[in-house]
Design a protein around this ligand. Structure first.
Ligand code: B12
Length: 305
């Protein structure tokens, strides 16, 4: 079995920025916050979040015999976008699911070489698993007022992933809260989506409306999109966070700018024809939206009430 030190040093060499260990369980409090969030309707139409609730907070239900969760984070901050950008930062990089999954698979192979009985499952947003709560417990950072995992080293510009394993390792201490009295994200959110209890009301979140919501917009939703000027995701609650002021540039080649969508003016976005849109979508998180959603989002920017 590889030691903690060997795992940490292999992870660092393979481009994983932060790594921490925690036991394969979350608290009842996390579960009850999540259930309350669902019951209050804040998940909007993301029906999939209502499924496998117990699994989300107990990785032992996704991997039989799970003992430890190795949590990782990778910085994706690359360069300053032009202020006119209408897409969130993560659109420009290679799809983070693939980048982090690849690192986790390599880490697994490295560990397995020294331990043939090791069983593990890698996750990147790919299973019902409470990634931010686990990462906080593994000491990577804290869940800020905007609900995102904020790290001291890279702010919240990190993607999260986990390797759930059937081996026991010494765990890290949970990270304390460092938001203090700051409420920049709550005040800056263009649509009032960030609630005082550190959760987000997805129904008001521009990221949800432009990516996850599949149907046509109501007039109220069109008004929110128009005000935000965004057509894919939203980073306002991250842009204003003081912890995000000095994030160094990512070292991950996959997260360096892939295409220039962030430089497109509204006129240029309107001229994106079907084929070009699908070309840009390849290997990007843009593939979460169809061409119909994309044009729906764009049309909302010109909406007149
Ligand atoms: C659903 C989802 C969304 C939804 C809902 C967001 C939300 N905040 O809930 C929408 C579509 C809006 C969304 C948007 C974005 N998302 Co998203 N999303 C997820 C997903 C799949 C689940 C999150 C979730 O469970 N939400 C439900 C709420 C209730 O859970 P929670 O926020 O974790 O809340 C917990 C804590 O608040 C805690 N808690 C709160 N109060 C208290 C009190 C006590 C006493 C205790 C003990 C606990 C506690 O308990 C809750 C349950 O654990 C995760 C991946 C994953 N599997 O975890 C990615 C994830 C959170 N998203 C991510 C990203 C990058 C984004 C965007 C930045 C994308 C963009 N540029 O547009 C935005 C950011 C918006 C925002 N401020 O959250 C990253 C965030 C990385 C990070 N640094 O944290 C994740 C982790 C994916 C990843 N693998 O990297 N997302």
């Amino acid at each position: 079995m590889r030691s903690r030190e060997e795992i940490i040093s292999y992870a660092r060499e393979s481009g994983i920025d932060l790594i921490g260990f925690t036991d394969a369980r979350l608290t009842y409090e996390n579960l009850s916050v999540f259930k309350h969030w669902l019951d209050s309707g804040r998940a909007g139409e993301m029906g999939w979040l209502h499924r496998n609730i117990e699994k989300r907070f107990d990785p032992r239900l996704i991997l039989d015999g799970a003992r430890t969760v190795i949590c990782i984070a990778i910085n994706y901050f690359s360069s300053l976008d032009p202020p006119s950008s209408h897409v969130s930062r993560y659109v420009r990089s290679h799809d983070y699911h693939a980048v982090l999954k690849d690192k986790l698979n390599k880490l697994y192979i490295f560990m397995k070489e020294a331990d043939s009985g090791l069983v593990a499952r890698p996750f990147v947003d790919s299973a019902p698993i409470a990634e931010k709560a686990l990462a906080q417990k593994a000491g990577l950072g804290w869940q800020g007022k905007n609900s995102l995992l904020i790290t001291q080293e890279f702010g919240s510009w990190v993607f999260l992933g986990e390797l759930v394993i059937n081996r026991e390792y010494p765990v890290d201490n949970p990270c304390p809260d460092r938001c203090g009295t700051c409420r920049a994200c709550i005040d800056a959110c263009p649509s009032g989506a960030i609630k005082e209890d550190r959760t987000v009301d997805a129904r008001l979140c521009i990221s949800y409306l432009t990516i996850e919501l599949k149907r046509a917009f109501t007039d109220l939703e069109k008004g929110m999109i128009k005000k935000s000027r965004m057509i894919f995701g939203c980073d306002v609650c991250q842009e204003v966070c003081p912890w995000n002021r000095n994030t160094p540039c990512t070292k991950e080649p996959g997260f360096i700018k892939q295409h220039d969508l962030s430089n497109y003016t509204i006129e240029k976005l309107h001229s994106l024809i079907h084929e070009e849109f699908y070309r840009l979508r390849r290997h990007s998180v843009l593939d979460r939206v169809s061409y119909e959603q994309f044009t729906r989002n764009l049309a909302a920017l010109d909406w007149h009430s």
